[in-house]
Design a binder for this molecule. Structure first.
Ligand code: PHE
Ligand code: NA
Length: 454
C-alpha cells in the first residue's frame, strides 16, 4: 500500500496536459500522418481518420487516463488492482503487459525515424537545402537511408537522449521544455503553411486533404486510419495510463483528453497543409512513402529567405517532439521495472533502452540491406512488408486497437458505473458518453477489424 501513496503526481492539470501533449505530438503527426494520407488517397482517408479520433480515440483516451489515475501504478499493476477491486479476472493486466511489448516495438522504429530528424538538423544547418532541386533533395535522403552506419549513429543518439531523460525521472525538465517548444513548433508549421500557400499548389493540396473520394479508400486504408488514431494519440498501450497514474484527483479527465486530441489533430492537419501543396508544386508523388516530408520540406526551406535558420529550427523542434514522445513510450516500461522488479529507474532505463536499441537495427536494415526482405510474406496481412513495415503494422493496426478495445470494455462493461461516473464528472454529458463508450467505440473497432479479416 505504501508504494501507492508514494507514487508521485504532476504538479497541475497543465503539467499533465503538457506531458501528454508531448507524448501525442510527434513523428506521428508530422512524418507519418502526411505519408499515410498520401498512400491512402487523401480526403476520404482523412475523414475516416477524423471520425476515428472523435468516436474511438477520444473515448479510449478518457478511459485509459481514468484507469491509470484509479490504479496509480504502472499499467500492468494498475489493471491488476482494478480488476481485483471490481472482482474481475486478473487477465485484465494483459493490457499492461502487452503494452510493454508494444512499447518496445514502437520505440525501436520510432527512434530510427527520430534519428532521421536529428540528422536533418545537421543537413539544414550546413546549408544542404539551399536552392536544392527535387533531385538533390531526393539524393540527400536516399544517401542517408543507404548508409546503415549513419542510421545507426543517429538512432543511437536518439536512444541515448531518451534513456538519459527517462533515467533521471520524467518530471525534471520535461514540463518546461514542452511548455516552450511546442508553441514554437506550432509557429514554424504555420510559417510552412504560409509558404505552401504562397508558393505551392495550395488549392490542390487542400482538396487532396479534404475533398473525400471514397473510391480511393480501401478496407486496409480504413484500418490504417483507425490504427493511426491510436498511434497519434499514444493510446491503447499504457502510455496514457502511465501518465494518468501521476494525475491529481481534482483534474477533469474529459476536458484534458479533449484538449490533447484537438492539439494533436491540429498539428497533423497543419503538417498536411504544409506538405501537399509542395508535393504537387514539385511534381512529387503523394504516395512516396516514409520519405515524404524529408523530400518536400527541404525544398521549401531551400527557397525561402532565412531558410537555413528555419530548416535547422524545424528539424530541431521535430526531433524534440519525437524525443518527448519517445520518453513517454519508455516511461511505462521503466515504471514497471521499478515497481514490479525493484530495478532502479536509471538502471531500468538503460537495460530496456539497450534492448530497444538492438531491436531498432531491424528497422535500420529495412531501409537498405533488408529493403526487399519480406520475412512474413506467407501471412496475407504482412505481404510485401519489410521488418519495419511489419513492426509498424503489428503495433499500430493490431496491438494498439486491441488494447484500446480491452480498455473501453473494461471501463464500460466491467467497472462499477457509479464509480466511473463519479471519476469522470461529465454532468449532463454522462449518458451520451457512457453509451458511446459501451457501444459505439468497441463496435467501431470491431467492425474495422472484421472487415479486414474478410
Ligand atoms: N503519439 C506519438 C506520435 O504521434 C507516437 C507514440 C505512440 C507515442 C505510442 C507514445 C505511444 O508521434
Ligand atoms: Na500524434
Amino acid at each position: 500500500m505504501s508504494e501507492i501513496k508514494q507514487h508521485p503526481q504532476w504538479s497541475s492539470r497543465f503539467a499533465f496536459i503538457l506531458a501528454a501533449t508531448g507524448s501525442a505530438v510527434g513523428l506521428g503527426n508530422i512524418w507519418k500522418f502526411p505519408y499515410i494520407t498520401g498512400e491512402n488517397g487523401g480526403g476520404a482517408f482523412v475523414l475516416v481518420y477524423l471520425a476515428c479520433i472523435a468516436l474511438i480515440g477520444l473515448p479510449v483516451m478518457i478511459a485509459e487516463v481514468m484507469l491509470g489515475r484509479r490504479g496509480r501504478q504502472n499499467p500492468m499493476s494498475s489493471m491488476q488492482t482494478l480488476a481485483q477491486q471490481e472482482g474481475r479476472s486478473s487477465a485484465w493486466s494483459l493490457i499492461g503487459s502487452v503494452g510493454i511489448v508494444t512499447a518496445f516495438i514502437i520505440l525501436s522504429f520510432y527512434s530510427v525515424i527520430g534519428g532521421w530528424a536529428l540528422s536533418y538538423i545537421v543537413e539544414g544547418a550546413s546549408s544542404q537545402f539551399v536552392n536544392a532541386d527535387t533531385e538533390t533533395v531526393g539524393n540527400l535522403f536516399s544517401n542517408l537511408l543507404s548508409s546503415p552506419l549513419q542510421l545507426i549513429l543517429w538512432h543511437s543518439v536518439f536512444m541515448l537522449i531518451v534513456v538519459s531523460i527517462v533515467g533521471k525521472g520524467i518530471k525534471s525538465g520535461m514540463e518546461k521544455s514542452i511548455n516552450l517548444l511546442m508553441p514554437l513548433l506550432f509557429i514554424l508549421l504555420l510559417i510552412l503553411v504560409g509558404y505552401a500557400w504562397a508558393q505551392g499548389e495550395f488549392s490542390q493540396g487542400v482538396s487532396f486533404l479534404f475533398a473525400p473520394d471514397f473510391s480511393k479508400l480501401t478496407t486496409e486504408g480504413v484500418l490504417a486510419a483507425m490504427g493511426h488514431a491510436f498511434f497519434t494519440l499514444s493510446i491503447g498501450m499504457g502510455v496514457m495510463m502511465a501518465y494518468g497514474s501521476y494525475l491529481p484527483d481534482s483534474v477533469s479527465i474529459a476536458k484534458t483528453a479533449m484538449t490533447i486530441s484537438i492539439l494533436d489533430t491540429l498539428v497533423a492537419l497543419l503538417a498536411g497543409l504544409a506538405i501537399f501543396p509542395l508535393v504537387f508544386a514539385n511534381g512529387l508523388e503523394p504516395s512516396a512513402g516514409p520519405g515524404l516530408i524529408f523530400q518536400t520540406l527541404p525544398l521549401a526551406f531551400g527557397q525561402m529567405s532565412g531558410g537555413v535558420l528555419f530548416a535547422t529550427l524545424f528539424f530541431a523542434l521535430l526531433s524534440i517532439a519525437a524525443i518527448t514522445s519517445g520518453i513517454s513510450v519508455l516511461e511505462p516500461v521503466v515504471e514497471l521495472m521499478e515497481e514490479k522488479l525493484s530495478i532502479q529507474r536509471q538502471l531500468g532505463a538503460w537495460i530496456s533502452g539497450g534492448l530497444i536499441w538492438f531491436l531498432g537495427l531491424a528497422t535500420v536494415f529495412s531501409f537498405n540491406a533488408w529493403s526487399s526482405w519480406y520475412p512474413l510474406d506467407f501471412i496475407p496481412w504482412f505481404q510485401e512488408k519489410t521488418p519495419f513495415d511489419i513492426f509498424d503494422f503489428l503495433v499500430t493496426n493490431l496491438l494498439m486497437p486491441l488494447g484500446g478495445l480491452a480498455i473501453v470494455i473494461f471501463a464500460g462493461w466491467k467497472m462499477n458505473q457509479a464509480k466511473l461516473q463519479q471519476e469522470l464528472e461529465l454532468g449532463t454529458l454522462w449518458p451520451a458518453f457512457y453509451s458511446g463508450l459501451r457501444y459505439i467505440t468497441p463496435v467501431g473497432i470491431l467492425i474495422v477489424f472484421i472487415y479486414n479479416l474478410l
